[in-house]
Ligand binder design. Structure first.
Ligand SMILES: Nc1ncnc2c1ncn2[C@@H]1O[C@H](COP(=O)(O)OP(=O)(O)OP(=O)(O)O)[C@@H](O)[C@H]1O
Ligand SMILES: [Mg+2]
Length: 353
C-alpha cells in the first residue's frame, strides 16, 4: 500500500498486548531467523486497536529495537480490524491499468466508508468465463482507513523507523503459511489467529485467498470475564487463564468460565464459516490451522475441533525457518503462536504486491 525502496526489512507487529519484531534472511526461498523479539504492552496502551498511549508505545518500541541490535530502519507493519476491508469481488475483465483507473469507482459499492477516507489496493486473482460466456475476473480488493494508517505509521516514525509497507494481518498470515507449509491445490484451509482483542479468520483455497473476516473477540475476553466472575485483579486473571497458580482459584471454578468464553469465540468462528460457505457455494473446510496467543487457552483447540467437526492443527510460523543456535529455542517455541503475523511481515519484500 505504501511502497518505497529499501534493502533489509524488519517485520513489526504492533499487537494490542505486545509488539513483536522479526528479521529474516532469505536465500532462494529458504528463511533463516536473524532477529526476534517481543515485548508486552500494558492493557491500557492499545485498546481494541486504538493507540491510547503513544508516548509509552514509542518508548517500548525504541527499546525493543535497541535490545535486538536492529540497525535497519525499514519496517513492514500491518493493520487489522474494523478499519480494514478485504473482499474478493467479481468484475468484468479489464487490464490492470484500466482497473487502476476505475478501481475507486468500482470499489465504492463494496466499501462501507467514504472512498476519500481510505487507501486502496487491488490484485487480479484470475479470469474466467461466466455462465453467459462473458469474461470476468476475481479481484482482491483491500482498503484501509487513512486515519488508522496514520495512527500506526506515526508511531513507527516517532520511534525512528520508516514504515515502508503497510500490510494487513490476514495477508501476513497467508504469507507465513505459504512459506512454512506445503500448499495443496485441492485443500481449503482456515487460518485462525486468536489474538488479544481480535480473531483473524482467513480462508485459503488451494493456497489462494478466498475469504477473510476479523472478529472483535480474543484473549482479552477471557481475562475480563475471569476478573469479573472470580473477582480477581487483571494480573491474577491473566495468570489464571494461562494455567498459572493463583491463590484461591481452582479449576473447578475456573474451567466453566474459560469454557463460556471459548464457546463465544467458537460461535463467532462458526458464523464466519457460514458466511464463507454461503459465498462459496457450500465449500467444505478441510482443516483449521490455529495460531495467536489466545489459541493456547486450555482446551481451546480441542473444543474448536469438536464443535466445528474439522481437524485443528497448531500453526508454527518457524516450521521451515532455520533457527541459529544462538536463539533460545524454548523462548522461540513459547512465542511461536504469537509470532504468526510478524513472521509473515518479515517475509515481505519491496518487489511484492
Ligand atoms: N499460554 C497462554 N494461555 C492463554 N492465553 C495466552 C497464553 N499466552 C498468551 N495468551 C494470550 O494471548 C493474547 C496475545 O496474543 P497475540 O500476541 O497473538 O495478540 P496481539 O497480537 O497482541 O493482539 P491483537 O492482534 O488482538 O491486537 C493475550 O490475550 C494473552 O493473554
Ligand atoms: Mg495480533
Amino acid at each position: 500500500m505504501l511502497f518505497r525502496r529499501a534493502s533489509e526489512l524488519i517485520g513489526l507487529d504492533i499487537g494490542s498486548s505486545s509488539i513483536k519484531v522479526v528479521q529474516l534472511k532469505e536465500i532462494e526461498g529458504n528463511y533463516t531467523l536473524t532477529r526476534f523479539g517481543m515485548v508486552s504492552l500494558a492493557p491500557e496502551m492499545i485498546v481494541d486497536g486504538t493507540i491510547m498511549d503513544s508516548v509509552r508505545c514509542v518508548e517500548i518500541l525504541q527499546n525493543l529495537i535497541k535490545d535486538q541490535s536492529i540497525t535497519s530502519k525499514d519496517a513492514v507493519i500491518s493493520l487489522s480490524g474494523h478499519s480494514v476491508i478485504v473482499k474478493k469481488v467479481v468484475l468484468p475483465q479489464m487490464t490492470e491499468d484500466e482497473l487502476a483507473e476505475s478501481i475507486r469507482w468500482e470499489a465504492e459499492q463494496y466499501i462501507p466508508f467514504d472512498i476519500n477516507d481510505v487507501n486502496m489496493d487491488f490484485q487480479i486473482l484470475n479470469t474466467f468465463a461466466d455462465a453467459e460466456g462473458k469474461s470476468q475476473m476475481n479481484v482482491l480488493l483491500a482498503a484501509v482507513k487513512k486515519d488508522k494508517m496514520t495512527e500506526y505509521t506515526s508511531l513507527v516514525i516517532e520511534a525512528g523507523l520508516k514504515p515502508v509497507i503497510v500490510d494487513i494481518d490476514a495477508f501476513a498470515l497467508e504469507n507465513m503459511y505459504c512459506i512454512n507449509y506445503d500448499v495443496r491445490e485441492d485443500e481449503t484451509i482456515a487460518l485462525i489467529n486468536v489474538g488479544a482483542s481480535l480473531t483473524n479468520i482467513n480462508i485459503l483455497q488451494g493456497g489462494t485467498f478466498a475469504f477473510t473476516r476479523d472478529v472483535s473477540i480474543g484473549g482479552n475476553k477471557y481475562t475480563e470475564t475471569i476478573q469479573k466472575d472470580l473477582g480477581l485483579s487483571y494480573d491474577d486473571a491473566e495468570k489464571a487463564k494461562k494455567g498459572e497458580n493463583v491463590e484461591g482459584v481452582d479449576s473447578f471454578t475456573l474451567d466453566p468460565v474459560i469454557e463460556n468464553v471459548s464457546n463465544e469465540i467458537v460461535s463467532e468462528i462458526t458464523r464466519s464459516f457460514g458466511y464463507f460457505k454461503t459465498a462459496s457455494g457450500n465449500e467444505k473446510i478441510d482443516k483449521i490451522m490455529l495460531g495467536g496467543g489466545a489459541s493456547k487457552t486450555k482446551n481451546f483447540g480441542n473444543y474448536l475441533q469438536e464443535r466445528l467437526e474439522t481437524p485443528v492443527e497448531m500453526l508454527n510460523p518457524f516450521r521451515k525457518v532455520q533457527i541459529p543456535p544462538e536463539f533460545d529455542s524454548a523462548y522461540i517455541n513459547n512465542a511461536a503462536s504469537m509470532a504468526t503475523v510478524v513472521v509473515g511481515l518479515g517475509t515481505r519484500r519491496l518487489s511484492d504486491k
